[in-house]
Structures are given as C-alpha cells and as structure tokens.
Design a protein around this ligand. Sequence first.
Ligand code: PMP
Length: 476
Amino acid sequence: MPIPASLKFFTFAPYFKRKAMTPDKKVYDSILQTIGNTPLVRLNKVTASLPCPVYAKVEYFNPGNSIKDRMAIKMLDVAEEQGLIKPGGTIIEGTSGNTGMGLALGAIARGYKCIFTTTDKQSKEKVDILKAFGAEVIVCPTDVEPEDPRSYYSVSARLAREIPNSWYVNQYDNLANRDAHYEQTGPEIWEQTEGKITHLVVATGTGGTLTGTGKYLKEQNPDIQVWAIDSYGSLLTKWHRTGELDMNEVHSYITEGIGEDFLPKNYIREVADHFEQVTDKDGAVMARKITKDEGIFVGYSAGSAIAGLHQLKDRLKPTDLVVVIFHDHGSRYVGKVYNDEWMLDRGFLDVETVRDLLGGLGRRRLVTIDEDAKVSQAIDLMKKYDIEQIPVMRDGEITGSVTQVGLFKRMIDNYEVKDFNVADVMDAPLPVVELSLRLDRLGNFINKENGAVLAKDDSGQYHILTKYDIINALSK
Ligand code: PMP
C-alpha cells in the first residue's frame, strides 16, 4: 500500500543525512567507516523455483557481521548530538547479539564503556564475543517477569539510573534505529538495483530495518511491495492485519532476532504491505540450505526470510525483482542451526540415513573390550556405562561382541563364565553398516538377536547405533 501523504514528512528529520556511510576511498581511518555499502548478491539456487530474480543484501559484510552496526552507530551519533552521552560515558543496553556488537565497535572507536545485560538463555559464545570487545556483560535470569528487579530490563534500567554519564540505548523505541536504514540501507538498495526493485523482503524484530528501508524505497516508487517476515509466537503479524496487540498470539519460539511480544515504536503500520509468519523449523532448514547452495554463510533470520518468500511465491511474476535482507552471519549459530545434534533434538532435520542419525548423536566414546579381558570386566563396563553390548577388539580390529543377551544365556548354565576370557564367550561382531544406508533398511540388521550395529564415519572411527538411538531419532 502506498504511504499516505500525511506520513511523508515526519520523525526522520532532523537527523536526516542522505549520504552513504562509507567514504569512497581505499583506506579507512577507523573500522566504523567500513560500515555499509554491503554487496547485493544474486541467489542462484535457493530461489530457482521462483519466477523472478532474487537478490540478497548481504549485511554480514559489516565489521560486526550484521546489519545492526548501521543502527548502533546512528543511535550513538544521535545520542552524542543530543548530549545524551559525553566523552568517557557508559553505553547501556539489553542485548546479547548483533546490536551489542555494533555498540561495542562504536564504544571502542569513540572511547566509551559498554555494559550489556542479557539472559542466561543466550549461548556462552555470544557473551564471550561481547567481552572480547571490551564490554561488561551481566547475565540475568530468563524465567522472571520483566518487572522483576532481576530481569534484564530492570537491571539495565537501574544501571542507567545509577551510573553517571550513562546512556540507555533502547533500540526498540529509539527512532534513530529506523533512521539508519532510511539513510543507508534504502538508498543503497535503490542505487544497486538502479530503481528496478519491485519487492523488499525483511525479517523483522525491532522494526528498524523494515520501516526505515521500506519507507525510503516506497518514497522512490510507491508500487514497491514491502513484505515483513515474522515468527509464529510473535504478535506483530496479527497487529499488522488487525491493529490489535493480542497477547494470545504470544508463545515462546526459537528463531533469533525476529518477532516481538510488544510493539516497538520503530514500526509504522503502513510501510509493510504484508506480514508472513514462518516456523522455527522452516527458517533453520532454509538457513542451512542457503549456506550449502549459495556459499553465503547466513544467520537464522535469513533462512526465515527466504522460507517466507517461498510461501508467497504465487504473488510474484517474471518481471519482478526481489531484494531480501540477510541480517547476519552464520558463525553466530554454529552451536545451533549449524549443529546437527541441536537440529535433530528439535525435530528440524529429517533423519533418513545412518549418516543423518550419526550426525545427531554428537561425540560419543565407543566402549570396547579386549579379547584377553575377563568377562567380569565386560560386565563392569556394561554396568558403568549402562550399555547392553560391547564390541570386542584384538590389535585394533573388531573381532566379536559381548552382549547382555549372550552372557545371560551362558551364565545361567555356568556361573564361572565370569572368570573366562572374553574371547571364549564372545559372539560374532556386530554388523557394520554403510553411512548411506537408509534407516528403513536397518531392520535387516537390528533384530531380536542383534540390538545394535556399527558404522564407520568418514574419518574411519567406529560408532555404535543401538535400537534405542534409532527409536529416539525417529520419534522426534
Ligand atoms: N535478524 C537478526 C539476526 C537480527 O538480529 C535482527 C535484529 N533484531 C533482525 C533480523 C530484525 O531486524 P530489526 O530489529 O531491524 O527489525
């Protein structure tokens, strides 16, 4: 929908400077000058089934590896202009991620301290990265109400009151957030597409990227469609459709950086033409696909944006030109979206082969026993590790197996078996299966007699797959 005339000139003044942030030169005086002017890259495979070309604005080329560098520095500029923070002051924000990185970069370049509050839900890596950039990070409990004095909102608000010359950023309601995108992201996309863009697709959280970029582009061409990508569990989509802030829409979800349980002030309802919700699974699976198929190592919300675009593909025609924002870098998600075990635990990966199954099990030590060991030692190992079968080895080769079923049969007849050598009572080795074997074929190997199989990974290490592992993986 076109922007009503009444909305044309407002909020973005007086900080409006329509100039790209990066100066046109080969060397830079500070890392901050490398923010912006990110590449627009054509997607070749993940959008091949769509009728028109799709380009990604790859924002991880910013020095903090995300689009948030743009708004972090803009918010700091405005705070300095307004005298909200003075040299040597302290920047305070509730963040664990991308905004924190941008603010930390700004603090280094301009000599401020940073204190970030975050929740214990966030990964340790994220906290450590912010600390590496000199920020102090206070980890607060997740499971408390926002009003609780221990919550990360309350702690950051209290710090801002108590610490002299401190500035509480509040990216949600700080309108310099959307201004950054109105001044930089929007004009860059307009220039890079030579005004041919017809659709902008943006995964949205605080609303800064969506509103600032979308508003600028619509002012150039009111026919441009702006599509926001939201998460299930967020109230933004219903708000856009009905104007209502419905807390019944709100439930917890896994996707990071998008969706909200309240309405940040950075939103202008008229800027977006459509809001589309995407599941945690579809976003995560698509992020991995973008990385694998395009060689663009993207974060979670880029996956959501492309998955959402696929959901809307019937609305596109061959003459369209779509630009999708890729907000951040995949390195932030190596312990999550890019970790097979994490994906399998959440039922996000379809387990089809032995290789898929192994990927989801993580690192497990294979417990083995030597042929010359005593049966009593094998029994001790079974007790210690709570396992039912143990491969038997001689000179690094698997030569047989001891199983609870086999030992039980033998010990019923002769209790002395426990003092025998393993070699005297062992059964045949567990079957070794190929990594490419489909799970529905595993039934040929795992049965009443055989509770497990072995598989060799790409590095030649053996792994054991038990009945329980398979049931567990298939029941997710
Ligand atoms: N994706 C990621 C990874 C983010 O960190 C954010 C910021 N919350 C967004 C998307 C949404 O951007 P915005 O806050 O500008 O709406």
